[in-house]
Write a protein of this length. Structure first.
Length: 202
């Protein structure tokens, strides 16, 4: 949809300009408190599952145990990172992903590459649109809902997407960020790993 893409470019471009002082300040705090790298990069599946490099502010360390295995997320989350996640400020660099065309302002959130093979055919439909900075699932519980609920919300968005709906999602997201609702699932930094649908009893 050309109009949606045009709006993405306008919103992302304006957002980068307006947020640049805040982003510069965040980068400086991370650099001073936690060192390099300031930005975290990771391959994520985009439109039709094609990988792209997602960027966000680094919120965790690379601390490992004696076997070289990464420690649990909760033990690697930095103090600065915790604040950034609570305020969703760690996501600001993704405005660059939107400007590049990897993402849209609104769409299902980009998850992990290894999840692609774990989706059901219905859940995989979440990749029929570009991933977004925010989405229908984000304003309906965010990380507090279960994986099946979240994917059902993503697919609902794919089937009902419109510019009017996108505008509502953006407005509702502003409140979500202010209220800090659904930032994480109880006992987790964000959400537990998605391992696929459990087999149905025969």
């Amino acid at each position: 949809m050309r109009l949606k893409r045009a709006m993405d470019v306008v919103v992302a471009g304006a957002g980068l300009i307006v947020a640049s002082p805040v982003m510069a300040a965040i980068a400086m705090v991370i650099l001073v408190r936690d060192g390099r790298p300031v930005v975290f990069r990771q391959r994520r599946p985009g439109y039709m599952g094609e990988p792209f490099t997602l960027v966000k502010f680094r919120t965790m360390t690379e601390a490992r145990d004696e076997r070289g295995v990464l420690l649990p997320d909760g033990e690697r989350l930095t103090r600065v990172g915790k604040v950034l996640r609570q305020l969703s400020l760690d996501e600001l660099p993704q405005l660059w992903n939107v400007l590049r065309g990897d993402m849209s302002v609104v769409g299902p959130r980009p998850l992990l590459m290894q999840y692609l093979s774990r989706y059901s055919a219905e859940q995989l439909r979440r990749h029929d649109v570009k991933p977004g900075l925010t989405g229908w699932a984000q304003i309906h519980g965010r990380n507090a809902v279960s994986w099946p609920e979240r994917f059902a919300l993503d697919v609902w968005y794919v089937e009902h997407r419109s510019l009017r709906l996108d505008a509502w999602i953006v407005l509702r997201t502003m409140w979500q960020v202010i209220a800090r609702e659904g930032v994480c699932r109880a006992g987790h930094v964000s959400m537990p790993e998605f391992l696929g649908e459990p087999p149905r009893p025969s």
